[in-house]
Design a protein around this ligand. Structure first.
Ligand code: SF4
Ligand code: FES
Length: 250
């Protein structure tokens, strides 16, 4: 069966793409980069962050290009003043509530879109405690932008372990295990996929985290070995306590 193609214009460039192509991919075909945050090529796109919005002539609202299919004859603008204003505001809200100090790409976008997070100075910040409950990785949700990638790779996009979901409501919504159980007590198999897809440093390998805290490499080896033994024997808590008294999170 031959593929049906549609024609549209993106930023003045005529593009021809197979029917069903998203605006994000159609733009990529035309050599036009659209910024993304929650979108990841290997997970299901949910259109959560709205950084990828574009203006489609005739549409009242901006469209999230990662989840919107290109339409035949559409005229699309990826850098119109309306689009730039939307991205600028989203970045300002993100940077004023979340710690983006470990997200160079987000920081670059803040500069590129001339965002001024200080417009929201005085607003509430998301500063939950670091969660250090296993030998493999730490969770520091003060860096989390709720992109949902970790939840998806943990679920039916990749690993099928469903250890992660979310907890809380509104501003206090946070990625969490079910009933907030420590990770070793969940279905987590410590595959590390969630750490690999996290774009902000909210999920980080334990050894990397300890090195950043100034813990000596030989001590790190000893600590994570102790925690690992604890996990295997299901006798982890006392070893965890030993670890916790040695390491202070910055
Ligand atoms: S922890 Fe990382 S991957 Fe998970 S939602 Fe937060 S930023 Fe995204
Ligand atoms: S990248 Fe499209 S909504 Fe987040």
């Amino acid at each position: 069966m031959t593929e049906e193609y549609i024609q549209l214009t993106i930023d003045g460039t005529p593009v021809s793409v197979p029917k069903g192509t998203t605006l994000l991919d159609a733009a990529k075909d035309a050599g036009i980069d659209i910024p993304v945050l929650c979108y990841f090529a290997h997970t299901t796109a949910n259109g959560l962050c709205r950084l990828c919005v574009v203006e489609v002539e005739g549409s009242r609202l901006l469209q999230a290009s990662c989840v919107t299919q290109a339409q035949d004859g559409a005229v699309v603008h990826t850098r119109s003043p309306k689009v730039e204003r939307a991205r600028r505001t989203i970045l300002e809200m993100l940077a004023s509530t979340v710690d983006i100090s470990e997200s160079p790409e987000l920081q670059d976008m803040v500069v590129e879109y001339e965002s001024r997070p200080e417009r929201f100075e005085g607003g509430k910040k998301r500063r939950p405690e670091i969660i250090d409950d296993n030998p493999v990785y730490i969770r520091d949700y003060s860096h989390c932008v709720m992109c949902w990638r970790c939840v998806q790779v943990c679920a039916d996009d990749v690993q099928y372990t469903f250890a992660l979901g979310f907890d809380g409501r509104g501003f206090n919504t946070q990625i969490a295990t079910f009933f907030d159980h420590p990770l070793p007590g969940t279905t987590c198999v410590f595959c590390g996929n969630c750490v690999g897809v996290c774009p902000t440093g909210a999920l980080k390998a334990k050894r990397e985290h300890l090195l950043e805290q100034g813990v000596a490499p030989e001590k790190i080896f000893e600590l994570t070995r102790l925690q690992g033994k604890g996990k295997r024997s299901r006798g982890g808590p006392h070893l965890d306590r030993q670890y916790q008294t040695t390491v202070k999170h910055g």
